[in-house]
Design a protein. Structure first.
Length: 394
């Protein structure tokens, strides 16, 4: 079996909405359908019936996204009913996992044209109620929020593995001696880079606003923020801690999608690709140190691609927390931090869980196309202790 080259022809995303913000009135399956429809409309030479499969990441899947949101996106977007869809879940890495699975299908010849993406509406994530072990209980029952983090945890899991995500970030700050000031400075830089990228028009070619919603830019960017403002925020997880709402990613809503093809599919699109997929890797770490998951995944992906940190033109590293990102950077001393998140990161842009990986991959592809050549990398930490990375080239 010969392995085919896999190209990213296009990538789109919605503006990222804040929790209870502009996109909170939009169902997640409608958000997913919007980016799929937008992606198809931008490639008019491609007959939608040629799409062999649609892969979508979705981290929660407990609400309106519960019934295979990828297939719902296909139907709601008006694609032919012959186009199938599958939803994948690797928590925060779900969107990138969808891209990797779609790329793998194209590479081995199971598909010639595929759509990959991700979606999350953290605003609309429901509360869930466990079924009682016996009928007609007289007492009160507990509802669990599905917005973020551990719930209905298995009692057999060691307590140190199931700490809150923010406490995991505090552990990384302890491990690497990362101060509150360093975290706040990292967060401030993220907002500044994101605002500058929007002002320069860098996102105009990939962001597709949702019809009927007054949101054309990412909703959480605070261009006016300052070190003084960030310093006033109280620690969120430890009384004397360093992780705050200001140096962590917010709760968000959004969706992203990419068009992946082989050589035959590329000819059918009539377009020049943005980038080519080169390699990927996934690794596991101690669950409470989930934020360091990308460290080894990135090294393995680069090794598979025959590349080194010095070869990177751009590197989109998901900013779940400033402490987590800084912890990863501390373990990559050979990496030039100037290539990391040049257009801002998730602390400013937002982190709609299932969509973020697809957003990162799409951003890398667009940046490589703008540069004309180079090597790019997208990577995320993942709750419960995993890391995922993807290498792109142009």
């Amino acid at each position: 079996m010969s392995i085919r080259d896999v190209y990213i022809v296009d990538a789109v995303r919605t503006p990222v909405g804040k929790f209870a913000g502009a996109l909170s009135g939009v169902r997640p399956d409608d958000l997913a359908a919007h980016v799929v429809r937008s992606l198809v409309d931008r490639t008019p030479d491609l007959d939608p019936s040629r799409i062999d499969d649609v892969y979508f990441g979705d981290a929660n899947g407990a609400g309106e996204d519960n019934r295979d949101v990828a297939r719902m996106a296909v139907l709601l977007a008006g694609l032919p009913v012959s186009v199938p869809g599958v939803t994948v879940n690797r928590l925060c890495g779900s969107g990138l996992e969808a891209v990797i699975q779609a790329a793998r299908a194209v590479a081995v010849g199971d598909a010639s044209v595929a759509v990959a993406g991700g979606v999350e509406s953290m605003s609309r994530a429901p509360w869930v109620l466990q079924k009682p072990e016996r009928a007609f209980l007289a007492g009160h029952q507990q509802l669990h929020s599905t917005t973020l983090g551990w719930r209905m945890t298995n009692s057999r899991m060691p307590e140190e593995w199931t700490v809150p995500l923010g406490e995991g970030a505090e552990l990384i700050a302890d491990k690497h001696g990362i101060s509150r000031e360093q975290q706040d400075a990292f967060a401030l830089a993220s907002h500044g880079k994101a605002a500058a990228a929007w002002d320069a028009g860098h996102y105009d070619g990939e962001v597709v606003p949702y019809d009927g919603v007054d949101l054309v830019r990412d909703e959480c960017i605070r261009a006016e923020s300052s070190m003084e403002a960030l310093a006033r925020l109280k620690p969120a997880f430890r009384k004397d801690g360093t992780v705050t709402a200001g140096n962590a990613s917010p709760l968000n809503d959004g969706a992203a999608a990419l068009l992946l093809v082989d050589d035959e599919g590329l000819r059918a699109t009539g377009r020049e690709p943005l980038a080519r997929i080169r390699a990927s890797a996934v690794t596991g770490v101690e669950p409470q140190l989930f934020g360091l998951g990308p460290v080894e995944a990135v090294r393995r992906a680069l090794a598979k691609a025959g590349r080194e940190f010095a070869d990177l033109t751009t590197f989109e590293l998901n900013e779940a927390f400033a402490a987590q990102s800084l912890g990863c950077l501390a373990e990559w001393p050979e990496l030039d931090p100037a290539v990391v998140n040049p257009r801002g990161g998730a602390i400013a842009i937002g982190h709609p869980l299932g969509a973020s990986g697809a957003r990162l991959a799409g951003s890398v592809a667009h940046q490589l196309a703008a540069a004309g050549s180079g090597t790019g990398l997208a990577a995320l930490c993942i709750g419960v202790g995993q890391g995922l990375a993807l290498v792109l080239e142009r």
